[in-house]
Design a protein around this ligand. Sequence first.
Ligand SMILES: C[S@@+](CC[C@H](N)C(=O)[O-])C[C@H]1O[C@@H](n2cnc3c(N)ncnc32)[C@H](O)[C@@H]1O
Length: 246
Amino acid sequence: MSTAIKRLPGVEDEQGFTPRPEFKKKSIRSYVIRAGRMTPAQRNAFERNWATYGLSLFDGPVDLVAEFGRSAPLVVEVGFGMGDSLLAQAQAEPDKDFIGIEVHPPGVGRLLNNAADAGVTNLRVFMADANDVLADCIPANSACRFQLYFPDPWHKKKHQKRRIVQPAFVEAVRHILLPGGVFHLATDWEHYADHMMEAMSLAPGFGNQAGEYLFAEKPDFRPNTKFERRGEKLGHGVWDLLFTKK
Ligand SMILES: C[S@@+](CC[C@H](N)C(=O)[O-])C[C@H]1O[C@@H](n2cnc3c(N)ncnc32)[C@H](O)[C@@H]1O
């Protein structure tokens, strides 16, 4: 881990400190910052545990060996929500290092606390826009797996330009994956599953593990996520896609 003093992502205010995600100015964002209430524990997590687990968009490319103190296969996940499934994976696969990227402060706070309570050492977190983190912070050809689980579906036609799965995003993922590395996507929205399949099948430099235009079986390494369970209660199906970088 770097020994430099880390600046907390957020602002000082009457609450003491309010966490805010980092991003660079852009016209279309794939998220809205939800006003969801933070518990005192989630808020305090930043002062307690950001120094151990937090990475800043504005510190540039991550030196992975210096950060994790070893050289190990890297898994990157975007939009980990409340973070429970990502933490479960970091614990289940201690031979790998994990970087999670999320803009929802309560989820980041929860993950910081749970990771610290569990004594996890193979996990780091950006509270920042993933498009910026991929462009500026994750080294090229560095990740063996990239995870995008149940991203916001933006199902209204006029909002679909906000979907995170766009050609430029897919190319940014290809750039950070190692040859042979896997881009794993999952969604519980059939229309978004078709959109993902189209975008991934047309993207240069990827091959579909399941065969052309076919969805994959859910792999054992993906735990059920909070949004997956929510979708199940609503009667949604689940679609997994596994694409390998050529
Ligand atoms: C529908 S939730 C799914 C959360 C979790 N993966 C799950 O399955 O329970 C999508 C998450 O992606 C995050 N998100 C959307 N766009 C993002 C971006 N550009 N950078 C980082 N996180 C993003 C949102 O804040 C939200 O928490």
